[in-house]
Design a protein around this ligand. Structure first.
Ligand SMILES: Nc1ncnc2c1ncn2[C@@H]1O[C@H](COP(=O)(O)OP(=O)(O)OP(=O)(O)O)[C@@H](O)[C@H]1O
Length: 250
């Protein structure tokens, strides 16, 4: 069953087209990577799924609902959780409080249930020992973990990850991949993951799409998509980086 359907969505900013009659389906439990050169429209695509951005035309359907015109908070309660490229915790709140807000507002839990959910997610994301620390005092990996914890605490059916591996060391990427894989296995959630760290994607996803100019120019198994001439062409300057990542993973 499809959890997400984008039906010919179009979005333009002046002369820049970030989605050009883009059609995409994601099935329940799928893990789909999203790559594309800078400015391809990846983050805008997430915005139209999460509700931060409205398409000019086309429809977004989630879990049987037409959500195209719904606010982000409503979509979140329906089961769309997302992380942002630049983590957005409430800096004045502790790690636990940040996660609790997500459990209450996103998953609509109350009282003891919300405390239990927040505590469980902090355990799963390796943040339990930092529960009382103000978010402002966290390092990069810990902020990324908190971003993930906040998204998971909304109990999503679809998790949108926007470059959660960027800026991390190799062992940190491995830890993050394990964490995301475990969350998928436990919750059966679908994942859409924008990532420049291709190694993280190839280790996690079953399917990769490549965006360029607001269109999908590659869709299929990760290695097959990365090897396609159309995808290599749009990456020109970074083609070597992609090949190196493939070689490392082989
Ligand atoms: N709110 C906005 N107003 C005007 N232009 C925008 C807006 N949001 C995005 N754009 C433009 O749309 C294009 C696509 O941006 P988007 O962030 O979706 O790309 P991306 O594929 O996520 O890029 P990156 O890999 O660099 O994060 C860019 O040229 C960007 O400048």
């Amino acid at each position: 069953m499809n959890v997400l359907e984008l039906d010919r969505i179009t979005k333009r900013f002046g002369r820049v087209t970030v989605a050009d009659e883009l059609t995409l389906s994601v099935r329940q439990g799928d893990a789909v990577g999203v790559v594309g050169p800078n400015g391809a429209g990846k983050t805008s695509l997430f915005g139209m799924i999460s509700g931060d951005l409205r398409p000019d035309a086309g429809e977004v359907r989630f879990d049987g609902h037409r959500v195209t015109l719904l606010d982000p908070s409503v979509r979140c309660r329906l089961g769309i959780g997302r992380t942002y490229q630049v983590p957005r915790p409430f800096l004045g709140l502790s790690v636990f409080e940040n996660t609790l807000v997500a459990a209450q507002q996103g998953a609509r839990t109350r009282g003891r249930a919300s405390y239990a959910l927040a505590a469980r997610v902090l355990g799963e994301t390796g943040l339990a020992d930092l529960a009382g620390r103000p978010a402002a005092q966290l390092g990069l990996l810990q902020r990324k973990r908190l971003e993930l914890a906040r998204a998971l605490a909304t109990r999503p059916k679809l998790l949108l990850l926007d470059e959660v591996a960027g800026g991390l060391t190799d062992p940190e990427v491995t830890e993050l991949v394990a964490l995301i894989t475990a969350a998928r296995e436990r919750e059966g959630l679908a994942v859409l993951w924008i990532e420049h760290v291709v190694r993280a994607l190839t280790a996690t996803v079953d399917r990769l799409i490549c965006l360029a100019g607001g269109r999908i120019i590659g869709d299929g198994g990760p290695l097959e998509v990365l090897a396609s001439p159309a995808v290599k062409e749009v990456f020109l300057g970074t083609a070597d980086a992609l090949t190196e990542a493939e070689d490392r993973d082989a």
